[in-house]
Design a protein around this ligand. Structure first.
Ligand code: NAD
Ligand code: WQD
Length: 340
């Protein structure tokens, strides 16, 4: 059973390829390596004993994408991770984000229709909910006006998939991730932020290893118990496993709905300070940090209602926060060893 994983050398993609291969799926990765490295393939091979098929090209190239689909007619399903994902950069360069994230999706959907590939899993984000009025946030919570072009590409992508599936023989599962962190227990794959990280976890580990001087905690005057903002952090391996279940669900036709939406979170909200404390506890390293003003565009708190995904997918995130922060630390240490 061959699965196309776009963006499969990236952070979430690489962990998902591992889980797919461990379940016996054959994987073909398409990635242009704009935000990942070719070495990831060797490391996937070290973990699973199998090097996935790999094709390097840009999915915004329509002709190249069409040729790829024509040459790989045995693809059963697609997991579409490939996208740009930096919220701040998307505000600076909106067209770059709309072009990359939307055109690649449209080329893939066209390839599916032309070659009768019926199943797609799409990487969406809890960012579509903005600051929800009611917590925890369930799949039926209203979508809010996007705060960034990046978030807007996720909302638009969901709609493009919905309307395309309405008139084609195409099934989709849209997965709205909360905040994925951590790395594979082997420390062979993990998150590789290019430049200065925006996200909390890589900023913490880079500070602890000495790349950054101190962590800036963006605001401690939020209406939360300790004043820092709250998110639903989920271990990337738990997240990866949900993709395998989504693929099985579509292939085995466990649902007759054309498009399904699932939140992927743990259901637990942790504050920035709680993540810092967890990191210090798990790694034994004291973190240098300073409290700053709030970061603009940040929501106060968001965490997932997991009931629907737990019940319908039969999936539950299992790994606790300390395991997430420890695995992120082991990955940072492994990167440091490689640099030495
Ligand atoms: P990532 O940047 O590590 O992986 C994305 C991969 O896609 C990279 O390897 C990149 O080289 C590739 N890519 C980008 N544009 C491409 C194109 N036009 N053609 C071919 N390859 C291309 O990102 P990630 O964290 O693994 O995220 C994967 C998906 O999940 C993205 O769609 C992202 O928006 C979504 N998502 C991520 C998070 C998060 O916090 N990491 C949260 C919610 C949703
Ligand atoms: C988490 C918390 C920060 C860095 C982003 C995207 C979202 C999704 C996940 C893709 C916040 C605080 C952070 C730092 C800090 N991605 N923080 N100091 O903002 O919840 O979500 O990634 O879809 O779309 O917006 O994640 O990791 O940046 O921040 O204090 O140096 O950590 O203020 O409260 P966020 P994050």
């Amino acid at each position: 059973m061959k699965i196309l994983v776009t963006g499969g050398t990236g952070y979430i993609g690489s962990h998902t390829v591992v889980e797919l291969q461990e379940k016996g799926y054959e994987v073909v990765i398409v990635d242009n390596l704009s935000n990942s490295s070719i070495e990831v393939l060797d490391n996937i091979a070290k973990i699973t004993g199998k090097r996935p098929q790999f094709e390097q090209f840009d999915l915004t190239e329509q002709k190249r994408t069409a040729e790829f689909f024509a040459a790989n007619s045995d693809i059963e399903a697609i997991i579409h991770f490939a996208a740009f994902k930096a919220v701040g950069e998307s505000v600076e360069k909106p067209l770059m984000y709309y072009r990359n994230n939307l055109i690649s999706l449209m080329n893939i959907l066209q390839g599916m229709i032309d070659n009768r590939v019926k199943n797609i899993v799409f990487s969406s984000s809890c960012t579509v909910y903005g600051q929800p009025e009611k917590l925890p946030v369930s799949e039926s919570s209203p979508i809010q006006k996007a705060w960034s072009p990046y978030g807007n590409t996720k909302q638009m992508s969901e709609e493009i998939i919905q309307f395309t599936s309405d008139v084609n023989d195409l099934q989709a599962i849209l997965l709205r991730y909360f905040n994925p962190i951590g790395a594979h227990e082997s420390a062979l794959i993990g998150e590789l932020p290019i430049g200065v990280p925006n996200c909390l976890m890589p900023y913490i580990t880079q500070t602890a290893i000495g790349i950054r001087e101190f962590l800036r905690v963006w605001g401690d005057d939020y209406p939360t118990p300790d004043g820092t903002a709250i998110r639903d952090y989920i271990h990337v391996v738990d997240l990866a496993k949900a993709h395998v279940i989504a693929i099985e669900r579509m292939i085995e036709k466990r649902s007759n709905k054309k498009v399904e939406i699932f939140n992927l979170g743990t259901g637990n909200g942790f504050s920035v300070m709680e993540v810092i404390k967890s990191f210090e506890r798990a790694s034994g390293v004291k973190l240098n940090y300073q409290i700053m003003e709030r970061r603009s565009g940040d929501v106060v708190e968001v965490w997932s209602d997991t009931e629907y995904a737990n019940k319908e997918l039969g999936w539950k995130a299992e790994k606790p926060l300390d395991e997430m922060t420890l695995s992120a630390w082991k990955w940072e240490e492994a990167l440091a060893k490689k640099r030495d």
